[in-house]
Design a binder for this molecule. Structure first.
Ligand code: GUN
Ligand code: FE
Length: 467
């Protein structure tokens, strides 16, 4: 049910555990016990269920308003330095010659730390309260990313990337062309099957001890994700072992699926199967939640099975325009009951802003409606493909949470992960109080908003960024 609910003069009570306890509408007086919600003229935000105890009060004055924080369901942390470059080459070349060789540098923890600091600050500033990261193949660097998120207060799902297929890397050829990549024999970009499995187990265990340092043990702020890069990067043996780890530790899984013709064909030719079947047959679908990025070339029966198996999809519309050469039928998937969220897919795309993903999801869908016949097997499609601003915002927040097996949005029982939006700053949004309704302002925020409009970021009930 993708609806926009606007609650004026609202009041949100948040417990010590960061969970929303109640939302009351229509508070017009400014007392201590009063609170907030979506467009609101006042908000009090309790950190304590006990009125005797100290609590934090946050008040928001219209035309400031509160919205749920963004979930970036798919991005590659080590690709920040290359974001905005190399977008003009095909996926296979981009991966083999640029992306996978460059990720090898993240064995250097100082380099990793420098990039992680920039990225976490940038995504938080853009309103990403939850990020689902691919780190690099290095467990140590992946752990540092999780620690950076924990320290800054960003909810994060972090994967140590698994890839044992050396054919997916052309680092030696690349090193000759690009002096910034200096690599020795043999390829250090990929890993052996055994190394990949052992490092993943090590990473999961280290993340578990990180959890012990967190107050909220049953829902830690940072969590490990099993991360086979994609079918072409992973031997069947590696997939089997990662499937065993998934069932043993019962943690989330993420990968890429149905991204390009080349990628789908690789599975069909080498495994005689397509992506979802391959993941299912290796037990790589987790009871906690599974996120497959792209899904541009999923067929109709696969879309049905995504809904049946509860496997979520990260829609990365900007990246898809370049590397997938197609448009994911997001509306078709939503209507089929698939949990669809949005991803920025840094650095398969240049923007770290989920608002940009919203806008691209909207514009791509308008093209899909007319071009759908050509894009989906030459047959005309009756289905209206349109994603509107509410659908897009829903995917950016609630949909992403659902794909992770979580409750999203601003509702009782969900974590208070939220943003305070301000349109009166110097920014791209022109607000006319004589004309603009709350609905208009919300739509303007989706169409024109950026990090300048995001004044505060709350995660787990705490303010983690204020500007
Ligand atoms: N498929 C496997 N790895 C990647 C990646 O890093 N980016 C994208 N867009 N697709 C992939
Ligand atoms: Fe990706």
């Amino acid at each position: 049910d993708r609806r926009l609910e606007i609650v004026p003069h609202a009041c949100i009570h948040v417990g010590n555990d960061g969970v929303i306890e109640s939302i009351e509408a229509g508070h017009h007086t400014h007392t201590d016990s009063e609170v907030s919600v979506l467009p609101t003229d006042s908000m009090t935000h309790y950190n304590s269920p006990d009125p005797q105890q100290q609590h934090t009060v946050v008040t928001v004055q219209w035309p400031q308003f509160i919205v749920p924080g963004f979930v970036d369901l798919h991005l590659h942390a080590p690709q920040l330095p290359q974001a905005g470059t190399q977008m003009h080459v095909p996926l296979e070349t981009w991966l083999r010659e640029t992306t996978i060789p460059r990720e090898a540098r993240f064995g250097n923890v100082e380099w990793a730390q420098k990039v992680w600091q920039k990225l976490v600050r940038k995504t938080l500033s853009n309103g990403t309260s939850t990020a689902v990261y691919f780190a690099s193949k290095h467990a140590q660097s992946a752990l540092l990313l999780a620690e950076e998120c924990l320290q800054r207060g960003q909810r994060a799902f972090v994967g140590k990337v698994c890839m044992d297929n050396k054919d997916m890397c052309l680092c030696q050829a690349t090193a000759q062309k690009d002096s910034s990549v200096s690599l020795s024999e043999p390829c250090v970009c990929t890993e052996s099957t055994q190394e990949s499995v052992e490092e993943t187990r090590h990473f999961i265990q280290e993340m578990a001890s990180l959890h012990n340092t967190q107050t909220n043990n049953n829902d830690p702020l940072v969590q490990a994700v099993i991360t086979p890069r994609f079918v072409p990067s992973c031997s069947p043996e590696l997939l089997t072992k990662l499937g065993q780890l998934t069932q043993e530790y019962k943690i989330h899984v993420q990968s890429h699926a149905w991204e390009s013709d080349w990628q789908v064909l690789y599975g069909e030719e080498t495994r005689n199967a397509r992506d979802l079947d391959i993941f299912l047959s290796h037990n790589l679908v987790s009871p906690k939640g599974t996120v497959l990025a792209h899904a541009v070339h999923a067929n109709d029966s696969e879309i049905t099975r995504l809904a049946e198996t509860g496997v979520g999809v990260a829609h990365c519309p900007l990246s898809n325009a370049f590397f997938a050469n197609g448009i994911m039928p997001a509306r078709l998937m939503l209507d089929a009951g698939v949990a669809v969220g949005l991803g920025t897919d840094i650095g398969g795309a240049w923007s770290a802003s989920i608002l940009d993903s919203c806008r691209q999801a909207i514009t791509s869908s308008r093209i899909l409606r007319d071009g759908v016949g050509k894009l989906r097997g030459g047959k005309p499609c009756e289905h209206a493909a349109e994603i509107n601003h509410i659908d897009a915002f829903w995917m950016a927040t609630v949909g992403g949470a659902l794909a992770l097996g979580r409750k999203g949005g601003i509702q009782v029982g969900a974590k208070f992960d939220a943003l305070v939006i301000d349109v009166e700053n110097e920014s791209n949004i022109d607000y006319f109080h004589e004309l603009d309704t709350p609905e208009d302002l919300f739509q303007k925020f989706v169409a024109l908003g950026d990090d300048r409009n995001i004044r505060q970021v709350f995660v787990d009930g705490k303010c983690v960024l204020a500007k």
